[in-house]
Design a protein. Sequence first.
Length: 290
Amino acid sequence: MVHSMTGYGKAAVELPHKKLTIEIKSLNSKQFDLFTRIPMIYREKEIGLRNWLSKELERGKIDLSFTVEHISKDVSATIDHTLLKQYHQEITALSHELNISLPQDWFQTLLRLPDVMKQDAEELNEEEWSIIEKTIQKAVNELIGFRVQEGEMLRNLLEEKIENIRQLLQEIEPYESERIEKVKSRIHDGLATLENKEYDTNRFEQEMIYYIEKLDVNEEKSRLTNHLDYFIETLDEKKSQGKKLGFIAQEMGREINTLGSKSNHSDMQRIVVRMKDELEQIKEQILNVL
């Protein structure tokens, strides 16, 4: 089964004093790369969370964010009187020194300054974290479902491209015997232009066989067909195999390149170019496969 590395999941939960929204998204990457935006109160859980997510999601550039909305008015806060007075004195002094007007609403100005308002530090509650873990699991499950859906689209596209290469491989066959006959005719015509020159016909036949064998592409066609079959088999495996598909695509590329170098025929070379175009599209899509 093919899974895409692209995905998105979201889940929310209401706790006694706040609402927590968890979003997780994934893009393609060669390895597991996690970026988190987590409130300080939950930071001690980040290592365990990272290890768990690496097993669940395997690969991808993962972005995990927590959004906290306080819904209770019981959250206690205090004003740092000393710091507020210091801010007031410094602002007043700068006002006289720089000839800048003092603020009209002192309280609104001062209360917005850093660390004037202090909320009582929260402590991590294990029961609360257990609920949050389940919420994270919901978001991850949604992301995995997204990956499966995207993976099905990827699979259809990859199968289409593989079939295109298979059809192009069949289009080569009519030109194979034609180009061999052209080579023979060209060599015979060249020898016929030589006057008063004799040559060993047995040696000539040996050289002709050697030359034709160098142009033979049956082995490359057979190997390419096997690679195409193996690619489809890998798509059918239970676990998504993005890296393995990439290796198979590399082997397909080698056989297609050899076909091109051996073709010695303009129409065959055009077909090889079309094969390369299909293969490049396959390689681009494989980058998104888990």
